[in-house]
Design a protein around this ligand. Structure first.
Ligand SMILES: [Zn+2]
Length: 248
């Protein structure tokens, strides 16, 4: 086949799109179905139904873009976990969903923070759902993205809508856990948050938590793209600079 020499004609898939496509396709193969929700969201779905009532300290961790006050308090969603609630209200378990989308935080921009970014949310609800299954799913996703040598570890973490909550770390491939500048001399790199769905959240959408359990995870797409492609400043992903895009 003749190589396409016209640079105007060369197609490049943006690293963010690539990571989203990869993660969604891996999870679809594992039986997850795609679900989506709105970017302009009600306070109820973004916070209250996820066990983050008004005055809850976890709200302060989400610097929220509130829209002009109307009758209902509307916001730009700060997380894709809103889709969990919308889906669970309408569907009976068992189910497995994956929900990719854009989220927004009203905070200063630097090399690791942007006011808009992407998450891929995963949720499984059924009988006998366990933390071991969660670990298995995330191990599969990260191995397919980063290679078979990937090792992960779970550390306790706090997110209001899961109990227990865990932070998932991936071994640093540059130093193999010895510690180096790439991993901030930790040997491990924090890649995502997850946990068992808080029974309060299940009961709130009418799913009996004595009968069903769930696990949920939220993958930061920009973070994975930066790790996978060795990008050191998140702002490059949004620069619109074609020279950046052409490297992928
Ligand atoms: Zn390292």
């Amino acid at each position: 086949m003749e190589e396409n020499k016209d640079p105007q004609n060369k197609k490049h898939i943006h690293p963010i799109t690539r990571v989203i496509q990869d993660v969604v396709s891996i999870l679809t193969e594992l039986g997850f179905e795609v679900a989506q929700g709105p970017e302009i969201e009600d306070e109820h779905y973004n916070f209250d139904a996820l066990n983050v009532p008004k005055d809850h300290p976890a709200r302060d961790m989400h610097d929220t873009f509130w829209l002009k006050p109307l009758d209902l308090r509307k916001l730009l969603r700060t997380q894709t976990s809103d889709v969990q609630i919308r889906f669970m209200e309408k569907n009976k378990p068992p189910f497995r969903i994956v929900s990719p989308g854009k989220v927004f935080r009203n905070e200063a921009t630097d090399s690791t923070h942007e006011t808009q970014f992407h998450q891929v949310e995963g949720l499984t609800v059924g009988k006998d759902v366990s933390l071991a299954q969660l670990k298995g799913v995330l191990e599969t996703v990260l191995k397919k993205l980063f290679g078979e040598d990937v090792q992960i570890r779970l550390r306790p973490g706090y997110f209001p809508f899961v109990e227990p909550g865990v932070e998932i770390d991936m071994i640093c491939s540059k130093c193999n856990a010895k510690g180096c500048p790439s991993c901030g001399h930790n040997g491990w790199i924090e890649v995502l948050g997850a946990g068992m769905v808080n029974p309060k959240v299940l009961n709130g959408v009418g799913i009996d938590s004595r009968e069903f359990q769930g696990f949920a995870f939220g993958i930061g797409v920009e973070r994975l793209a930066m790790l996978k492609y060795g990008i050191d400043d998140v702002r490059l992903l949004y620069s619109g600079d074609l020279r950046f895009g052409e490297q992928f």
